[in-house]
Design a protein. Structure first.
Length: 290
């Protein structure tokens, strides 16, 4: 099957490669072509614009950073793709965006007789590379059935949460838990160090207890070595928490703890950690004890 893929960053490049490994032909586009070089060397076809991708495929994936980036390639840019997709084509947006934006994209797609799914992922660089992502999907049952075999090329589980926007809603829930767990652990680790407990002792003790989130075990080496090379960029965690805050305002929900945590990530960004892994937020909290 020939598939379009737009957005070849840390996540998208690996997701696209897993589709290729499963035998699918790819037509790809990214704002900077150099990020597509490995895919192109392995047989993917380059398109000079999002619109050019749409001309060659009936299923198109997007994996982009922010709602405005998606709006640009889909609708607003001079060479956007939504008006170029053939009727009954399927657009699957795997980006992390707010639910109201996903619902708007579904409406825009429907007006052009294009089907739409919001299918954001849980997972970072490693799971993306190993096809171990989790997909949270919002949209119609029939469209999910079409997309599911492709999603399973890139992930280990596909959860159909509900109608349009519900996949994005679940991703918001997932990421406020993820972001807060990282800050809570970082704060506790820094506090323990101030009491004279080593990182190794805290990991060895807490890892077998129910209070530590299991994903933190995968970050152990980063904390112990002080190497916060990126798996999931800190700036995107801040973005996701901001989108959750906007969504909470829209629905009337209260997110007092999540908003405080969002500002801790903002402090980390001001300290130059935006492009490091989101676990680098620990440095803001550990340095504050000195």
């Amino acid at each position: 099957m020939k598939i379009g893929f737009i957005g070849l960053g840390i996540m998208g490049s690996r997701m696209a490669e897993n589709l290729r490994k499963k035998g699918h032909e790819l037509v790809v586009y990214n704002r900077t072509k150099d990020k597509a070089q490995e895919l192109l060397a392995n047989g993917a076809v380059w398109a000079d614009s999002p619109a050019e991708v749409a001309k060659h495929v009936n299923i198109l994936f997007t994996m982009l950073s922010k709602p405005d980036a998606i709006a640009e390639v889909a609708l607003l840019g001079k060479r956007s793709f939504l008006d170029k997709l053939l009727p009954n084509s399927l657009w699957v947006d795997c980006s992390s965006v707010n639910p109201s934006f996903s619902k708007l994209m579904a409406i825009e797609a429907k007006e052009r007789k294009v089907r739409f799914l919001d299918a954001p992922v849980a997972g970072s660089k490693g799971p993306a590379e190993q096809a171990q992502l989790l997909f949270f999907v919002g949209g119609d049952d029939a469209d999910v059935a079409v997309a599911k075999p492709l999603l399973e090329c890139m992930g280990k589980a596909v959860y159909h949460i509900g109608g349009h926007g519900m996949g994005s809603a679940m991703k918001m829930v997932n990421n406020i838990m993820l972001g807060q767990a990282m800050v809570a652990f970082s704060e506790a680790l820094a506090f323990g160090e101030s009491l004279g407990i080593t990182k190794q002792s805290m990991f060895d003790t807490l890892a077998s207890s129910p209070v530590m989130a299991p994903f933190l075990n995968f970050k152990r080496k980063k904390f112990e070595d002080g190497d916060f090379s990126v798996e999931f960029p800190l700036q995107w965690m801040h973005k996701d928490l901001h989108l959750a805050s906007e969504t909470a305002f829209e629905t009337g929900a209260a997110l007092p703890a999540a908003n405080v945590v969002k500002e801790i990530y903002a402090l980390a960004m001001k300290a130059g950690m935006a492009e490091q892994d989101f676990s680098a937020v620990y440095k803001v909290l550990s340095e504050s004890k000195q």
